[in-house]
Ligand binder design. Sequence first.
Ligand SMILES: NC(=O)C1=CN([C@@H]2O[C@H](COP(=O)(O)OP(=O)(O)OC[C@H]3O[C@@H](n4cnc5c(N)ncnc54)[C@H](OP(=O)(O)O)[C@@H]3O)[C@@H](O)[C@H]2O)C=CC1
Ligand SMILES: CC(=O)C(=O)O
Ligand SMILES: [Mg+2]
Length: 538
Amino acid sequence: MSEHQRGLALLQNPITNKGTGFTAEERQSHGMEGLLPTTVETLEAQVERVLGHLSAKPTDLEQYIYLEELCDRNRTLFYAVLMSDPARFVPIVYDPTIADACLTYGHIYRRPQGMYLTKEMKGRFAEVLSNWPNRDIRFICVTSGGRILGLGDIGANGAPIPIGKLQLYTACAAVPPDGLLPIHFDIGTTNAALRADPLYTGLRNEPPSPAEIDELVDEFMEAANAVFPGVCVHFEDWKGVDAIRLLARYKDKYLVLNDDIQGTASVTIAGLITALQIKREKLADQKIMFAGAGSAAIGIANMIVEEMKNEGASDEDARARVALFDVDGLLDAKRGDLSPSQRVYAKDLPPTKDLAEAVKAFKPTTLIGVSTTPGLFTEAVVKGVAASTDRPIIFPLSNPTDRAECTPEQAYAWTDGKALFAAGVQFPDVTVAGKTFHPGQANNFYVFPAFGLAVYATKPKRIDDQMWIAAAKGSADQVDQSAREKGMLYPPQRGILETEITTATRVAEHIFDRGLATVDRPDDIRAWIKGLTYTPRY
Ligand SMILES: NC(=O)C1=CN([C@@H]2O[C@H](COP(=O)(O)OP(=O)(O)OC[C@H]3O[C@@H](n4cnc5c(N)ncnc54)[C@H](OP(=O)(O)O)[C@@H]3O)[C@@H](O)[C@H]2O)C=CC1
Ligand SMILES: CC(=O)C(=O)O
Ligand SMILES: [Mg+2]
């Protein structure tokens, strides 16, 4: 507890506040007598009260608003609630409810959370970052709002995303919350409707050119590392081309990660590993087609190629097994509009703008949707994949719920229940032709909190794709036989904390094995990591 704060100041500080949890002695010694109701309550009793409040909220968005206000009031209680039932609360503070929070952000805004930088602060980022009261920041999660989930460019309305992502570092993997700093990096927005909204909270201009964005982010990265030495910068939901360019620019210079590129790739590979164990096949023997060719698709494709190479494939063979399809159709060799990261996947196949035709031509065994386009996986598309394999892998990963390329009902119905399925959000169980399936959720929250915990513990100098592949394997190894029989491709969310600590342990082992850690290797890595984790308690 703060040495200097007393009385109301302690109650008004969300980090020190215990509300009715302050003991009689604390109330007396900290000048709080008379400032609280008589009864001294346990954290558990306070959690019960909060659960009652939440049950009375009419919508998930109302629950989100309540929980974020709770976080501003009493951070310990907030995490105690989230960690009491992650399967219930992850979808409230994160995907999919966070999409509603983003869409209405200027209207539901209550208090600042984290920091808000704008391009107008150019030349002063270090000075402005120094306004944050804590220098021991281990993770910054930063978005421009340029591509929030599948909602497009919503600028400053994307501010809840880094807040929610960092809350999951703690709620899912018990990374201590003091060292986490969410930032909205305001470069403006292409979204004219938002710019015209009187309650919009951001800059009302179009974003600058890529070269200007690079200049701004270069200064930001330098400032962040100067003000918060050793910080890991987590990029989230930037416009796809910015995301790919910035990760390439910084990955060998700073401790940096992009969750949409690397976290998504890792969680997708985790699901593929389990699905292929069910099929008893190798990744290097699959043919994988992507709907969407943006940051998520390129990230997943590149990491799949790395893992195929780990299995013995050549670079050329591995790339030949991956095809992409974007808003302009199949990425074929004649297209002149492809970026260098897309061009390596262009195929010598007839041009087509019809995904079913592209599937017929390429004959994938696996179809991954990262296109933000609901309904893109039609019956003809899914049946086309099923024509090449007994058990098609169908992953419509676009978020939020209404952006998924198909529903689980559709995928199971169109494949006579043979599909190995995962979506970006958790769909409820479905019964098709008398059989009940539990759809998988391939969402990067299965890995990025664990990955963050491993980075927190081992303090590696740099991050690379092999570390994310270790995370994928760590997650996949935790799906037991009974879960697989229900069609699950990921561990149950109920025990997410232990799952993520186990995944973090695998990543940490990998980091130590490769000599990339900057701390000494302990004898028992899991026990050591667990000892570093946060528990919400007074
Ligand atoms: N489940 C998970 O954990 C994650 C899910 N995602 C989801 O993936 C989606 C994409 O993210 P990201 O790659 O970063 O976004 P990008 O904006 O970088 O890429 C979107 C891609 O989809 C393409 N596209 C748009 N419309 C169509 C269409 N009708 N048919 C085919 N392709 C189309 C775009 O083509 P063009 O550029 O030519 O317009 C672009 O290549 C989002 O919905 C996001 O929520 C992302 C990260 C994690
Ligand atoms: C889950 C996530 O990171 C996204 O949809 O962008
Ligand atoms: Mg994202």
